[in-house]
Design a protein around this ligand. Sequence first.
Ligand code: BG6
Length: 500
Amino acid sequence: AGTTGAFPDGFLWGVAFAANQVEGGFDQGGKGLSQADVIPYRTAGDYVDISALMKVSDAEIATAVASPGTAGYPKRSGSDFFGHWEEDVDLFAEMGLKALRMSIAWSRIFPNGNDAEPNEEGLLFYERLFTRLREKGIDPVVTMSHYEMPLHLVTEYGGWTSREVVGFFERYARTIVGRYTGLVRYWLTFNEINTTIIESYTGGGVIEREPAPGVDPRQAGYQALHHQFVASALATRIVHELDPAAQVGCMLARMSHYPASSDPADIVKAQFDNNMNLFHTDVQVRGRYSGTVRRFWRDQGITVVMEPGDEELLAANTVDFLSFSYYMSLVSSVSPEKYGATGGNLFSTIKNPYLATTEWGWHFDPEGLRYVLNDLWDRYQVPLFIVENGLGATDVLEGSAVDAAHDGTDTRRVHDDYRIDYYVKHLREVREAIADGVNLLGYTAWGGLDIISASTSQMTKRYGVIYVDADDTGTGSYDRVRKDSFYWYQKLAATNGAVL
Ligand code: BG6
């Protein structure tokens, strides 16, 4: 594509969300229970250490399985995209979007994960959706696994710790890629694959089942991660075989680490922390584990079992592009006790005195996005794709659906200039990075619609440019209301970024 303005022609302006946070319809259309369906609503507390919110015990899983409705399990209702998808696609088209990043719920296709045959109703749901999107000129950018795996694979196999799950995933990947050949041009394998180590070696998502007695969680985590790398390489091979016109990307939660000081010990610590984030993309883009992670395993006594042929498979099936989420930067130091901590969706981090934080305590660092883009481009020299960036905030819905003072018209509005400001500041830095020479395919803002937060399960931590009228308990009309940011994003897409 040529470039007539600051952003390349054909730049993929879009929005992004995940099945488990948006779809609802958890027991409709033949869908099986997924691990996200058993995560109860919890109060987020001080948001400094929210990792506890993601832990689900076997007893809690059993209680959840015995609970039939949606009450108390926000991801079971999501934003009811399952019931509103046609209206939502119309809204995305009205915004002038070129891409919708979304995920397929594995448990809609294989309800138990290990079923011999896929669920036709589930396949049809996404086929209709992709067809409609393409008719509207919107490219689906599809994540195969976004914090959602069939619960049965978690409880019966131990999730990704089991090598057998790789085979189930391969069958799933072959099924969806085969079915959607020609409809989907951009595939992503695993969302934020680096979270496997941080949180969720069993579930492959924002849930960690209690480790069995005697199991070392880190050992299990790196083994589970290796299985995901193998599964990702197999899925990449499948896409390249079945649909050579389609491209495959990996997906990393890019957590850049700045040294807390110019003390060389802090610099080396920050470099180590960055390399431990980037070893994931080293495997998926370069095709091999880095020296940093191999040494870490040796030092920590971690043994990752690899089957014969695994390393060759990883080397031979690298991705076509690198996609990532960007929300914040982190700070590294050899003496963290000298500095205070602040929140993050996956980590708590040392407070950076130069940066403000969001309502949820996340560092607000637009310039860091320019840094990350240049850094990733220099390191890998493959096209990049920002597939998540956005602001979780409390929004105020003004007006009413049937306003008596205005002849009964719908006067509902959300004035979210803080969200527009967030996008403007980040996208100006993206523009700089493109001017620096970075090859960027697109930008999909998280989450388009208000969605259920991955970490806190709140609806009221709102990410959308489209308001969804529901609260944390799932009470509401689920009506869609265009926020001010909706109209701004519409201009952004229409002008290919010239509005910035
Ligand atoms: C990313 C996830 O980590 O951050 C999304 O891929 C998630 O699923 C997003 O929603 C924002 O995090 P949270 O916890 O505020 O929803």
